[in-house]
Design a binder for this molecule. Structure first.
Ligand code: ADP
Ligand code: MG
Length: 242
């Protein structure tokens, strides 16, 4: 569905992402794990178009999109969340989601903010994330868990086929984690999902495939069992008490 080949991003002397090749497939949740600074967020920024790569290709629907700007990738069906909240705190949940749909749609298509299709699309994203009841609440008043759900709802705006989720569970307690884990499972049924996540219990519970990154490079890719039992991965990463 979307494939990176030898994807590389240099910041001065630092290779933040170093020759990463991976394939995301519809119906599969692909987790990317690795210590802080491994290059996980940079990888998402490269796939979403927030950053241009120094080298490498990104193949999506048979085209190399590595040089496309972020808005064009968004319109083509790549949705993402950010590690830190992106919502406007003094706007409602529905307004934030509607704006995200509008930003994602082609010029002219949803020119009017009152376009019923725009609202319908936003409501569908809220329904999918369980936020229908909070539609009128100001984003700034949401619980931490609801704020994370809103990030996902905004990523779902415009009905993407690929979802890139950067630590959607960060900082959540167990009660807030459970509904998002259930949502991740649900989303993986009809999207290609890349999930960056620190909690190994969550990763091993929801991922069909896991890539371990360290210092910009892919250390290993495999199913959760293979990753859990890999001596190389354990030595380099899991063994550090992460
Ligand atoms: P992770 O998400 O795995 O914690 P990042 O992708 O955020 O890691 O960062 C990878 C490396 O790239 C880190 O050493 C980080 O300091 C560096 N880095 C990330 N973004 C930038 C940037 N915009 N400019 C310079 N260095 C950056
Ligand atoms: Mg990060």
């Amino acid at each position: 569905m979307i494939r990176s080949e030898n994807l590389t991003r240099r910041f001065g002397g630092l290779l933040a992402v170093d020759g990463v090749s991976l394939t995301l497939e519809r119906g599969r949740l692909h987790a990317v794990i690795g210590p802080n600074g491994a290059g996980k967020s940079t990888l998402i920024n490269l796939l979403s178009g927030e950053l241009p790569p120094t080298a490498g290709r990104i193949l999506f629907d048979g085209q190399d999109i590595a040089r496309w700007p972020a808005w064009k990738r968004g319109q083509a069906g790549i949705g993402r969340t950010f590690q830190h909240s992106n919502a406007m705190r003094d706007m409602s949940v529905l307004e934030n989601t509607r704006l995200a749909v509008q930003a994602r749609s082609g010029i002219g298509l949803f020119r009017s903010a009152q376009n019923p299709r725009l609202i319908q699309s936003a409501l569908a994203a809220l329904h999918r994330t369980g936020l229908t009841g909070a539609a009128k609440a100001e984003a700034g008043t949401l619980s931490h868990g609801q704020a994370r759900l809103l990030e996902i709802a905004m990523a779902l705006a415009g009905a993407p086929s690929v979802l890139l989720l950067d630590e959607p569970l960060a900082g959540l307690g167990p009660e807030e984690t459970a509904p998002i884990v259930a949502l991740l499972r649900d989303l993986a049924r009809d999207h290609a999902v890349l999930l960056v996540e620190h909690d190994m219990d969550v990763v091993f519970a929801v991922a069909a495939i896991v890539t371990v990154m360290d210092e910009g490079r892919v250390l290993a890719t495999g199913d959760p069992h293979a990753i859990r039992t890999s001596a190389a991965v354990r030595d380099a990463y899991l063994g550090q008490g992460a």
